[in-house]
Write a protein of this length. Structure first.
Lengths: 411, 411
């Protein structure tokens, strides 16, 4: 089996490790997480890496450089998924990093730095509603308050750590030190249609969008669907529906990206006016100011909706990340890597999606390489990549690593 | 304890029999249903009735009239609840019927008909999404297709019958014969604010609104919340939200009552564009034509929304009941009953809510008496009735039964 076939085959293997019989869902600190860590560790070993699971559940592997103990170039992506996920988001980046490390190992071309491959335990935040838990631990940007976050069954993050066989008290052992790293490189599917629209395979990422996420509760009053005239209703769902429509309107008008991904009405009886609606908001933009201005307008509009309808609303920020620029030197290496695959003028654009780099930047400079995906579709079982694009990504990623090595040697 | 205090106390007792620790929820064929049937049977026995649970799980009691085996006046209401219910909707009508039978029994004033008290097993349809299952069984308007209806845990109605100790094959034993009944009378809280607004305690119900209920599925395409530009989105939730707003707009404009009580977005990830939304629609009106015209307009508008947004929608009718007029002779008796409590010109209006009478009318003529509830609130823990109104309802209900007896004797 050639390298690309092996990577594609491994994507299929990982996709079978799911908590759901009919769809892919693999969340932080689940039995499936444990199973993929073991499998990834095996593949890392085969590529010549020494392996360990860090105190945050990140699966790691290391290939020494020219001499043991050199600072490392960190490469990788995440191994967790959203509900009903595709099979490339995250996983493909982990497998490409392992393959690149395997190539370097096989070439006996020792680098002026070590390579450390990481499969981050949690990037999506599916289970605890808080994203980037794996990379935040690794980069030392952990918040002790997160231990009490609970999943939908009421299990706290601290309990989940213990159930997984990890000790919350030992988490600081996952923190890495800046002096031990030379940078972070990640390959990820684009999760958007820009490359496809321009008939290109790969792109340099210039920055990662800032995002803010909220849990919103709209509260009215439940009542009988028949007996309560409209002038006496305080229907939380009609108010929340207006909010959803406004999120789209304001976002389009201001050129930011707002999404309500989660919404449920309670108590949920067919003949009961909803008294409470719980929903989420995800708002992102290339520039933090645009995002925050849109948010301010939205809250004003929601306030007007709720006042008019006799509703109350509460918002709780779940997540906030400011836009993160990629490192100029690492971007040049990625650009050189893509050029080595025959693309003479690689595209460069910002990532609308969040990535582990947003946390890793607290540790070391970051850069990313984007890979075309069909129709821009991701977070969906239809997620698809071309095999030839994966081959190009592998070549470009290796070339980028070698470009960093060359530049480092030259300095 | 006087009669009214006893009724109020029993409402409290019933309210403690719930599947939820912190709120009232008691659904069809649940362990709680079994417990309340036993308690109600005990109260029926104390009132002098012979008791039995019929093959549909309805709890019944009978007081013979002037001679054994006479046709019966059926009186009662339902014993099941919506999620997070109040404590009077249904239950109060059952307790008033028992108290009236107890008074008649105590008075040794044998009637020209038997009294049969019924506590219907299912009126709300909370568990199986199909309302009036108890009264539909009793009135012989059962549909064999309902056996495969499933609750949220996938338990079918047929399985739930068996788990409850009932045999689906014996259901026809619950069907009553029209020649054995002289009519049906029910007291129920108004579930609306009309009596309170007019400072009146009781009303004659003229008809029960027709209603149609639908399960609606809006299907778009899930995708990454960041990476998918607006012009490529097929966001099922924004479409469904427009639908919810339109239900309110069309209903208000046409003077009908439309409610979306249930709505949930899937897959439900904070950073995933919803690919599917499931929601319910309840639409009712005094006249069936108005309701159906509103529905036709709504489907046209939803079709336009979905076409514009690249969404598909499917609707499945869960329930359909045409408006049911109350019987003129029984209404006169109810009117006389209310007048006997000092109200010289009782109010009379249509019920916006559905009631067991909609099914019982297939067996025997029906009428209802409405009782004021605070703020018109029902299907909510704040549901409240005044003790003095309950006393008035008990007196009026008894007087109505005696008026029917008098009229029957006179004929």
């Amino acid at each position: 089996m050639n390298e690309t076939d092996l990577i594609m085959d491994r994507c299929e293997q990982l996709a079978t490790i799911s908590s759901q019989p009919d769809r892919l869902e693999r969340v932080h600190l689940s039995p499936e997480h444990k199973a993929v860590n073991a499998l990834v560790a095996e593949w890392m070993s085969e590529a010549g890496l020494s392996t360990w699971q860090d105190p945050a559940g990140n699966q790691c592997g290391r290939l020494e450089g020219r001499e043991p103990g050199l600072p490392a170039l960190l490469i990788g992506s995440h191994i967790d998924t959203v509900p009903d996920a595709g099979r490339y988001d995250g996983m493909l980046g982990v497998l490409l990093a392992i393959a690149v490390a395997g190539r370097i190992h096989g070439s006996h071309n020792a680098l002026p730095f070590a390579l450390e491959v990481v499969a981050f335990s949690d990037e999506e935040g599916t289970r605890f509603g808080m994203a980037l838990l794996g990379s935040r631990a690794l980069s030392g940007s952990w918040n002790e308050e997160w231990w009490s976050l609970a999943d939908k069954d009421g299990i706290t993050l601290a309990e989940a750590f213990q159930d997984f066989g990890l000790d919350p008290a030992r988490l600081p052992g996952a923190y890495r030190r800046p002096e031990n790293y030379v940078g972070y490189l990640e390959t990820h599917i684009e999760q958007g249609p820009i490359l496809e629209d321009h008939d290109r395979r790969l792109a340099v990422v210039t920055s990662i969008a800032g995002a803010r996420r909220y849990a919103i509760t709209v509260t009215g009053k439940a009542g009988h669907a028949g007996g309560t005239p409209y002038d006496r209703r305080r229907d939380a769902l009609v108010g929340a529906s207006e909010l959803v429509v406004e999120v789209e309107r304001i976002s389009k008008q201001r050129g930011v990206i707002g999404t309500v991904g989660r919404l449920q009405a309670f108590p949920g009886g067919v003949n009961v006016i909803p008294g409470v609606v719980e929903l989420s908001l995800d708002l992102r933009a290339e520039f933090d100011n645009d995002r925050d201005d849109a948010l301010a307008e939205l809250w004003a509009v929601v306030d007007e909706i709720c006042t008019r309808r006799g509703l109350a609303f509460e918002t709780r920020e779940l997540y906030r990340a400011d836009a993160v620029p990629c490192d100029a030197r690492l971007m040049r290496a990625v650009d050189a890597g893509i050029r080595s695959t025959g693309d003479e003028k690689p595209m460069a654009f910002w990532s609308r999606a969040g990535h582990d780099g947003m946390a890793v930047v607290n540790l070391t400079p970051i850069a990313m390489l984007f890979l075309r995906c069909r129709g821009g579709v991701s977070h969906h079982p239809d997620e698809h990549v071309k095999k030839s694009d994966v081959t190009a990504a592998l070549d470009a990623f290796e070339a980028a690593v070698l470009a960093i090595a060359k530049e480092k040697t030259a300095r």
